[in-house]
Design a protein around this ligand. Structure first.
Ligand SMILES: Nc1ncnc2c1ncn2[C@@H]1O[C@H](COP(=O)(O)OP(=O)(O)O)[C@@H](O)[C@H]1O
Ligand SMILES: O=C(O)C1=C[C@@H](OP(=O)(O)O)[C@@H](O)[C@H](O)C1
Ligand SMILES: [Mg+2]
Length: 165
């Protein structure tokens, strides 16, 4: 069963997940990277085919990734899929949260299509709608707003090792 990172856009799922995988000595999968490798840039999928198509592709990539023995970082909206929700129930799920204040500068110049229009306002709206899902699925919650990335990484690695004993 993989160790999975969930949470809102720009919380740090991809960056923290990659370093946790290195710390644990297991493979790392970023589902957005796989989507891009197979279908091209995410903005392009959104504008050319629409969000619904993106979610279909995402679901296929996520389903494959969750069968692997790896650390898996999902895109922020992947948990909207009910099959993904079912697969994550009972898994090791790290929820990375972040404040709107801290995320503001991380969104500057972002290519994430869902926040391309009105930045932090859109980010907050989307996060508020999804927060109950993140909270329900989480087995560990970390906040990246003020804590240096490597401290979070060390914490998750130690937690996971303890959990597996
Ligand atoms: N403490 C922190 N933990 C994780 N990421 C951070 C932190 N502080 C700043 N960042 C920055 O946040 C940005 C978003 O990270 P990313 O991993 O792409 O997020 P996500 O995959 O959740 O969308 C990166 O530019 C990263 O360097
Ligand atoms: O929250 C979302 O719906 C999305 C989050 C993005 O991933 P990150 O959470 O890694 O930024 C990416 O999958 C896509 O832009 C849609
Ligand atoms: Mg990411």
């Amino acid at each position: 069963m993989p160790l999975v990172f969930i949470g809102p856009m720009a919380a740090g799922k991809s960056k923290i997940g990659r370093r946790v995988a290195r710390g644990l000595g297991v493979p790392f999968i970023d589902t957005d990277q796989r989507i891009v490798a197979q279908h091209g840039p995410i903005e392009q999928i959104f504008t050319r085919d629409g969000e619904e198509r993106f979610r279909q592709i995402e679901r296929e990539v996520v389903a494959d990734a969750l069968r692997e023995q790896a650390v898996v970082s999902l895109g922020g909206g992947a948990v909207l899929d009910v099959d993904t929700q079912a697969e994550l129930a009972g898994a090791s799920v790290v929820y990375v949260t972040v404040s709107a204040a801290a995320v503001a500068e991380r969104l500057a110049g972002t290519d994430r299509p869902l926040v391309a229009g009105d930045g932090v306002a859109a980010w907050e709206r989307i996060f508020t709608a999804r927060r109950p899902i993140y909270e329900r699925l989480a087995t560990l919650t970390i906040d990246s707003s003020r804590t240096p990335m490597m401290r979070l990484v060390d914490h998750v690695v130690a937690w996971h090792k303890e959990e597996q004993r």
